[in-house]
Design a protein around this ligand. Structure first.
Ligand code: GDP
Ligand code: MG
Length: 439
């Protein structure tokens, strides 16, 4: 996918100027790329049409090449279509805020209830009550109890013999009596949307007056996700979407499809089975993931001022103070990559051309995305304090980023090498350092 897009764009870049047929070529590649990312074909059609119109009509900024201009338009449009900004959870004016789950069987509703409970506990010191309203499988109640226990949240259940409507009624009463500030209602799913399920969900909605109806969709279902989302939205008027299983190798095209078909915001993404594997949805990050062009976009961002001098000075300072961390590392890699790769830049530094350490610093553009995925799977603490990264954290990061542990280890090693080398350089050859950072 990425390769194809980049081929299209490198074709454009070589030419320097964009003609209408160039745009047509690029748009064909973008269309294929989106389809490969599992974006629904109808959504792709509309999207490409819009982008094409903008690309042909647009003036190319002085500071950008025509190719960069097109990438920027594609990316901006992708971000815009997905809602531009992260959308927070709706809140009730008086407690409790009621969040009702909906979705097909296996989409991740029960797991997400647990993750949300944990998220709310950690971010708002919330005391949520979980209601077990899936009575069709005995294991479903047990599963919610296990989940509730693992995050330390109480579960209201009445076994499998009570009607889910009654369970919700009594669960709400219990939440009121106990002054729970959140109620999370786990509901049943089916393998397909059916009338009985929808009626039950509509009734629960009547009873509980949820502030949020979160449709949970498995990102790996790709194209099919659109029909599911449309069906649920028409019958329940959902308020938001949780896209699960983005830790798999899906590129997340479902995010674009669902948002553009339902118009409802994606609020969270699930990136693993563990209770901490829930993240706020950011359209710009998802756009990067769908296009797979993080470094290209960075290049555009940096186009006008190739390197910001102040930033370079900051980094040099950090290195000297030995506080250069993973955030800086990724930042620098982005910048270095946008200037044509680290090898080329290092060669500009006096005395570095034949340095054997240069070989260890080789960074392939493809590896860049993997490295970023790894860093994004670290907590903020781990990013600023790499010494925390013990084997169990590394395993978690590997699972979170979908990369092998071996690669996580290698990346951490590379980071340390880079840091050490920069440290040496900053002591020995400040001129070279500044040159590298773009001073
Ligand atoms: P429900 O039927 O909608 O309640 O779905 P469950 O919560 O039972 O989840 C179905 C399966 O998907 C379980 O094995 C979960 O562990 C798994 N699952 C849920 N969310 C995620 C996720 O974000 N990533 C991964 N890898 N697995 C998930
Ligand atoms: Mg369930």
């Amino acid at each position: 996918l990425t390769e194809r897009l980049q081929n299209a764009f490198s074709k454009l870049r070589r030419k320097g100027k964009v003609s209408e047929s160039d745009v047509r070529d690029a748009m064909r590649e973008i269309r294929l790329a989106l389809l490969e990312a599992d974006v629904n074909f109808k959504v792709v059609k509309d999207f490409v049409k819009e982008v094409r119109e903008k690309a042909i009509g647009s003036e190319v900024l002085d500071s950008l090449t025509p190719a960069q201009q097109i990438v920027k338009i594609v990316n901006d449009e992708l971000v815009k279509t997905m809602g531009a900004e992260a959308v927070p959870l709706n809140k009730a004016p008086h407690i409790p805020t009621v969040i009702m789950m909906a979705g097909l069987q296996g989409a991740g509703k029960t797991t997400t209830v647990g993750k949300l409970a944990k998220y709310l506990q950690e971010n708002e010191h919330a005391r949520p009550l979980l209601i077990a309203a899936d009575v069709y499988r005995p294991a479903a109640i047990k599963q919610l109890q296990v989940v509730g226990e693992s995050v330390g949240a109480p579960v209201f259940e009445m076994g499998t013999d009570t009607d889910p409507r009654e369970i919700v009624r009594q669960g709400m009463a219990q939440a009121a009596a106990n002054h729970n500030d959140y109620v999370l209602i786990d509901t049943a799913g089916r393998l397909q949307i059916d009338a009985k399920l929808m009626q039950e969900l509509q009734d629960i909605k009547e009873i509980a007056h949820p502030n949020e109806i979160l449709l949970t969709v498995d990102a790996m279902t790709g194209q099919a996700a659109v029909d599911v989302a449309q069906g649920f939205n028409e019958q329940l008027d959902i308020t938001g979407v949780v896209l699960t299983k983005l830790d798999g190798d899906t590129r997340g095209g479902a995010a674009l499809s669902i948002r553009s078909v339902t118009g409802k915001p994606i609020k969270f993404i699930g990136q693993g089975e563990k209770m901490d594997a829930l993240d706020v949805f950011y359209p710009d990050r998802m756009a990067n993931r769908i296009l797979g062009m993080g470094d290209m976009l960075t290049l555009i961002d940096k186009a006008q001022k190739n390197f910001d001098e102040q930033q370079a000075a900051e980094v040099a300072e950090k290195i000297q103070a030995n506080t250069f961390d993973f955030n800086d590392f990724i930042d620098q890699m982005d910048q270095v990559q946008s200037m044509g790769g680290i090898e080329d830049i290092m060669k500009m530094i006096p005395g570095m051309a034949n340095n054997p350490q240069l070989k260890n610093m080789h960074v392939d553009p493809k590896d860049m995305d993997h490295m970023k995925a790894i860093v994004y799977s670290m907590t903020e603490k781990e990013r600023t304090n790499p010494e925390l990264l013990n084997p169990s954290r590394r395993r978690r990061i590997a699972a979170g980023s979908g990369r092998p542990v071996l690669e996580v280890n290698r990346m951490i090693k590379q980071f340390k090498q880079a840091r050490d080398m920069m440290n040496k350089m900053s002591k020995g050859n400040m001129g070279g350092m500044e040159q590298m950072m773009g001073g």
